[in-house]
Design a protein around this ligand. Structure first.
Ligand code: ADP
Ligand code: 5GP
Length: 189
């Protein structure tokens, strides 16, 4: 008798500068498509108000994060604006093996590492309508100090120069249109 196995799920990755609207888009996407499994990252950043352990991030101190790196527990990791961020390896592999579509929402250096380990993954770059609008959104979010905003905007210039590396580029101007385009790119509609 044939053993039933599901075919492996697809790996999707979203990146783009801080404040462009990645989190907003991903939340809306998951509400509409609960079959997608979103990877929860580990970070050494302090929780923002309203962020919960295991839901938004796994919040670790540096020694614990470094132990994870040393033990091979992270699929990729990078330093961003003074903090470390990484994708726990095992849950991603398990969800893919179970046939679920897996979504990573991570920054540029991590995206490059994932491209090497999962060349068949589909990587989408989200960009703002303009740099001025990006700055308005980061400031409007009201979650980061002036120093953190400055670091994020400096980093945004580097990230925006890398858009040609990606399988698709999506401009997040109107949120509803951007969400519809994301669904089209991920072949959900
Ligand atoms: P990221 O996860 O990329 O850092 P967020 O999802 O936190 O960005 O969005 C940053 C800010 O921009 C939030 O206040 C969010 O409400 C706002 N925002 C997101 N998308 C749009 C959009 N299309 N138009 C205007 N504001 C937006
Ligand atoms: P934030 O501090 O705003 O939550 O995230 C800062 C940046 O880190 C964002 O660009 C976000 O996509 C990225 N990020 C979140 N999780 C990971 C991760 O696991 N790995 C990497 N490389 N970047 C991540």
């Amino acid at each position: 008798m044939a053993v039933q196995t599901s075919s492996p799920g697809r790996l999707f990755l979203i990146t783009g500068p801080s404040g462009v609207g990645k989190g907003t888009l991903v939340t809306a996407l998951l509400q509409r498509h609960p079959q997608i499994w979103l990877s929860i990252s580990a970070t050494t950043r302090q929780p923002r108000s309203g962020e919960r352990e295991g839901e938004h991030y796994f919040f670790l101190d540096r020694p614990a994060f470094e132990a994870d790196v040393a033990g091979g527990g992270l699929l990729e990791w990078a330093e961003f604006a003074g903090n470390c961020y990484g994708t726990p390896r095992r849950p991603v592999e398990e969800q893919l093996a179970a046939g679920r579509p897996v979504l990573l929402e991570i920054e540029l250096e991590g995206a490059r590492q994932v491209r090497r380990s999962f060349p068949s993954g589909f990587q989408i770059f989200i960009k703002p309508p303009s740099f001025e609008e990006l700055e308005r959104r980061i400031r409007g979010r009201g979650t980061d100090s002036d120093a953190a905003i400055a670091r994020r905007l400096e980093r945004a210039r580097i990230e925006l120069a890398a858009e040609t590396e990606f399988d698709a580029v999506l401009v997040n101007a109107d949120l509803d249109l951007a969400l519809a385009e994301l669904e089209r790119l991920m072949e959900l509609v």
